[in-house]
Design a protein around this ligand. Structure first.
Ligand code: ADP
Ligand code: MG
Length: 701
């Protein structure tokens, strides 16, 4: 019965009605009773007791005090600004101050001297007196909710606030709702889990998450709801993987033949690192097993993933299959083509490129070659592959992905194929374990944890923009020693025009500063052909300085380049900075990465810069990135197919719970790989229900 109640239209909740429903649905996506119940508060404030002024100190959290205002005082701060202070007493003879920097006039009009109020806020000490800035004030006789305990606070939008729909109002709806829901809410986790892990019941958790008695109760409610969320995500991923394994056989690459051997013995210009060898062995084992390979290859920038990918593709060729490698952008696809053609130079292997810019007759040729099997290796973009490209016998797909190719996207690949190829996903930025478990939870993982020999770690420094002149001297020295230099300008979509002008102006300045050198300029708005030409000039060493927007992030490999200067570094995300830095340090010389910013840095920016200067370790940087920004913001995760919404759990902060959820889900899938056992019926039903009601979840069914 309760499922039905939870599906009720929110407008029928007493106090809501059609107008407020419209607002709730438009602004917060709340359509039903159930949606509202799961609109969790972002914080609670302990309103369970009143404090006396005597008890207050400057380092307390939020407190409430009952008393009355003795008088108001106004201080002029500037021509247009004033500060209003109310002297407030709780009757004990002690006085504290309430201060408004904004809205003081309104406060003076609204609050009466002598009336009994409950004020609420965070105390601090100012001029030796206890002071609360911008307090919440309620008439003491009107305050019913907040005397009960922990008061929940809900996020609302500006638009909602303007029409009086604030946190308090949402709180009232929730309270009404909890009264309406009389029967216990149905349990969604089996006893054996809730008992063993000592989890709160779902009914209790959904009530206490809004109205806990105290903070430990709140914590228990949160743990229960987070666990449940993460558990079903993991169960869904593992179910998917198990299903997949049972449904699809993998092509068997039984031998290593001429392509691989001839490349390995006669064409490979250097020794493989131990890590590369290990990963190739892992791939070799997978592809020979009869199981379809789904493998994630993690490795820092420059660790030599592309080569591993190429050698895996050669094994596919040796067994009579075609292979394809997909890149997230056209430039990177072109770069891969170049790299692969260079490596395979002198071998009789047909490699072709297919991106949006390959058109007309050439495109036709490539498509035909794919269909009749003469094209052996295809290099393309994700978009192309998701299209209607037909292969004769595609045996191996490499996805060079940069966070944009999660479970849902890969699932699409299968839907076209009865016999799916082996899949190797490469990530340029290492992904923290807990995120990988969720984004790529159905994959086996290989790690290249070793850089090719002879690389010196890049030295990273932070420089303020006013020190540019001495930076120029340093660059001049490097170039005079025969090195090359990258200078990166930020470019983000919203301010593209300004940024482009920035780049043009900056380029002119640099030309004047360095009249003796040849400079290249590259940005995203250039024609691909011009861009390519300009890049090539730099690659060949004809120009000494490449002035560019982030287009270079994805591609070029110039071992002679030893300095990466990133201007307005505060505008780049951590993983972007790390990627850019990966462009240098590829040769044998000492390389440098210089992050230039203005002096006014936010705390987060300061942290980003510090981490960059401290470490070259991509995993540490990825962890820090996840902590600083949260997974929602992690570059590209939105498009990457986090195939579900997390309402309360946070993959960055709840790592332990992710692991717990994973373990539980794993045990169940191992026990019941076909997901049919009666023992777990409740789980399979719940999963079906989640997939039906949640658009994102449906993406990987
Ligand atoms: P990733 O794709 O992991 O960022 P790349 O595959 O682009 O790294 O490799 C970076 C550079 O190192 C390339 O120039 C590549 O040819 C070179 N390289 C790869 N493996 C080795 C190795 N074992 N020894 C020396 N150089 C290598
Ligand atoms: Mg690469």
């Amino acid at each position: 019965m309760n499922y039905e109640l939870l599906e009720q239209d929110i407008q029928f909740l007493p106090g809501v009605g059609p107008n407020r429903k419209k607002m709730l649905s438009q602004e917060l996506g709340i359509e039903t009773f159930g949606d509202l119940l799961q609109y969790y508060p972002y914080k609670h404030v302990d309103r369970s007791r009143l404090y006396s002024i005597r008890e207050l100190t400057g380092d307390m959290p939020f407190v409430q005090v009952k008393g009355h205002i003795l008088s108001f005082e106004t201080f002029k701060m500037s021509a247009r600004k004033e500060r209003v202070v109310a002297h407030f007493t709780d009757g004990s003879g002690k006085v504290m101050d309430l201060t408004w920097f904004n809205g003081g006039k309104y406060a003076k009009q609204s609050y009466k001297i002598g009336t009994e109020y409950i004020i609420f806020g965070r105390p601090n000490v100012f001029n030796g007196r206890i002071n609360v800035t911008h307090p919440d004030i309620d008439a003491a006789d009107k305050l019913e909710l907040s005397t009960m305990g922990m008061q929940p606070y809900y996020n609302t939008t500006e638009k909602m606030k303007k029409s009086g729909l604030n946190s308090r109002c949402v709180e009232r709806f929730i309270k009404t709702l909890l009264d309406v829901i009389k029967e216990p809410l149905p349990e969604t986790l089996p006893d054996f889990i809730t008992n063993r892990l000592h989890l709160m019941s779902r009914d209790e958790a959904l009530r206490k998450i809004h109205y806990p008695q105290n903070s430990s109760e709140l914590e228990k409610a949160r743990v229960r709801l987070k666990f449940e969320e993460l558990f079903y995500v993991q169960l869904n991923i593992l179910r998917y993987a198990s299903d997949h394994r049972r449904k699809y056989r993998g092509y068997i690459f039984s031998k290593v033949g001429d392509c691989f051997n001839s490349f390995y013995h006669d064409h490979l210009p250097f020794q493989l690192t131990e890590a590369q060898k290990r990963v190739i062995r892992e791939i070799r084992k997978d592809t020979g097993s009869g199981r379809q390979m789904n493998r994630l290859l993690q490795g820092d920038v420059g660790s030599g993933k592309t080569l591993v990918a190429l050698m895996s593709m050669l094994i596919a060729l040796d067994n009579g299959y075609q292979a394809c490698i997909m890149a997230p952008t056209e430039i990177l696809a072109e770069q891969h083509l170049q790299t692969i053609q260079d490596f395979l130079h002198g071998m009789d292997i047909r490699v072709e490129l297919l991106t949006g810019i390959v058109k007309g007759k050439k495109r036709q040729e490539v498509l035909e070659g794919l269909q009749d099997g003469r094209v052996q290796i295809l290099v393309g973009t994700h978009a192309v592959i998701e299209d209607t490209v037909q292969f004769a016998n595609l045996g191996m797909v490499v996805v060079d992905e940069q966070h944009r190719f999660g479970v849902a996207q890969r699932a699409k690949l299968w839907s076209k194929n009865t016999n799916p190829p082996h899949v190797l996903v490469m990530t340029a930025t290492p992904i923290p374990r807990t995120l990988a478990m969720t984004l790529y939870g159905d994959l086996d993982v290989s790690v290249i944890d070793e850089l090719p020999p002879g690389r010196k770690p890049v030295v990273t420094t932070h420089v303020l923009d006013r020190s540019m002149p001495s930076l120029y001297d340093g660059l001049r020295k490097q170039i005079n020693q025969g090195r090359q230099v990258y200078i990166v300008f930020p470019l983000i979509e919203e301010s593209e025009k300004i940024d482009l002008k920035n780049l043009e102006d900056g380029f002119e300045v640099l030309r004047q500063v360095f009249p003796e050198f040849r400079l290249s300029k590259v940005h995203g708005k250039m024609k691909p052909k011009d861009k390519e030409e300009e890049m090539q000039r730099f690659v060949k060493g004809e120009t000494q300085m490449l002035v560019a927007t982030t287009v270079i992030e994805v591609g070029v490999n110039v071992p002679n380049a030893s300095v990466m200067v990133i201007l307005e570094a505060q505008r780049f995300g951590l993983s972007q900075l790390h990627q850019l830095r990966g462009r240098v340090g590829r040769g044998a010389d000492q390389s440098y990465c210089i992050l230039v910013t203005n002096p006014q840095l936010s705390e987060d920016t300061r942290k980003r810069i510090d981490i960059m200067c401290e470490t070259n370790d991509g995993f540490r940087i990825a962890e820090a990135d996840l902590k600083l920004r949260g997974p929602g913001d992690l570059e590209g995760t939105q498009q990457s197919g986090m195939a579900f919404d997390l309402k309360i759990a946070d993959i960055a902060r709840d790592g332990q719970l992710v692991q717990m959820a994973r373990n539980e889900a794993q045990m169940i899938i191992e026990d019941d790989p076909a997901c049919v056992s009666n023992k777990y019926l409740m789980l399979w039903n719940r999963l079906r229900q989640l997939r039906k009601t949640n658009v994102n979840w449906a993406a990987i069914s």
